[in-house]
Design a protein around this ligand. Structure first.
Ligand code: GUN
Length: 284
């Protein structure tokens, strides 16, 4: 193995410890940060994600309010809950876990969250703010990826070529904007890209965010490149794995994130950072 590991778990612990200190300072002023998490239905993956988020809040001294609803909840009922939380001064962040049941319009629900409490960074106002360089909440997963780059001395990517694989609103697109803001030259690849390897072989930084195993293999990576794996998949043995063929790619990359223990823990850490910053802003 030539690559060094970017330890997302260790970095997330350090980040969460800093959040805990700042949260305690707010709590001492009677302004404990509060996050509301809404889960509709019984998607097993969502239940695990939500449990992890609530647990991380508790550990950091952020009050979490978990609201669980039956899959039969109507869109109007959900919108009414979001509105109530928008108006609750003890709540600084609102997270509606996706996916929602089919009869509820995700987009409508996300847009109903006050941008001042949009700690997921999914609202169009947050996405637009990122695009034009205005202050706003950054989507947690790409934000965590940027913190990982910072941790290896790559906060400024001037002169570097970054290739993002995936164009989702949650990861690929905001990732590209954050890399651009850090002065990288950015290429966004996706299912319509003709020769993915020809693109990734030019990259100094590769972010794989597709949701499919082995999207990036060793022959597609320039020696020394930094490889960030956002994927969360299961292999044939049922073991958690990313989008990157880790065993192959680690032999040529300069740095690589593991799955699990890479991007996943950073996503939760950045959710806490966003919630804390929202509470700090409200206390001013
Ligand atoms: N579903 C999968 N990931 C996420 C996330 O980061 N936030 C929300 N709200 N839902 C998700």
């Amino acid at each position: 193995m030539t690559a060094q590991l970017i330890d997302g778990l260790a970095l997330s612990k350090a980040t969460r410890a800093q959040v805990a200190q700042r949260a305690a300072a707010l709590t001492a002023q009677g302004r404990q940060p509060g996050l509301a998490v809404i889960l509709v239905g019984d998607n097993p993956a969502s239940q695990v994600y939500v449990r992890n988020k609530v647990k991380a809040c508790e550990e950091a001294g952020i009050r979490s309010v978990l609201e669980k609803y039956e899959a039969s909840m109507t869109e109007a009922e959900l919108l009414a809950r979001v509105e109530a939380l928008n108006n609750d001064p003890a709540i600084h962040g609102i997270l509606v876990q996706l996916p929602l049941p089919k009869h509820i319009d995700d987009h409508k629900v996300i847009e109903s969250i006050s941008p001042a409490k949009d700690v997921d960074g999914f609202h169009v106002a947050s996405a637009g703010a990122l695009m034009v360089g205005e202050p706003g909440f950054k989507a947690c997963t790409p934000y965590g990826c940027m913190k990982m780059l910072e941790s290896i001395g790559m906060a400024n990517l001037k002169g570097k070529h970054a290739v993002v694989i995936g164009r989702s609103n949650i990861v690929g697109k905001p990732m590209a904007m954050m890399l651009l803001a850090a002065n990288a030259t950015v290429t966004v690849c996706h299912s319509g890209t003709a020769d993915l390897g020809a693109m990734t072989r030019q990259a100094d930084v590769i972010v794989a965010a597709v949701g499919k195993r082995n999207v990036l293999t060793v022959d597609m990576v320039k020696p020394g490149a930094v490889v960030i794996d956002v994927g969360m998949n299961r292999n044939d043995e049922g073991k958690l794995c990313g989008d990157v063929d880790f065993d192959g790619v680690k032999e040529v990359a300069g740095w690589i994130t593991p799955v699990p223990g890479g991007v996943g823990p950073m996503t939760i850490a950045m959710l806490l950072v966003n919630t804390l910053e929202s509470a700090e802003r409200a206390a001013k």
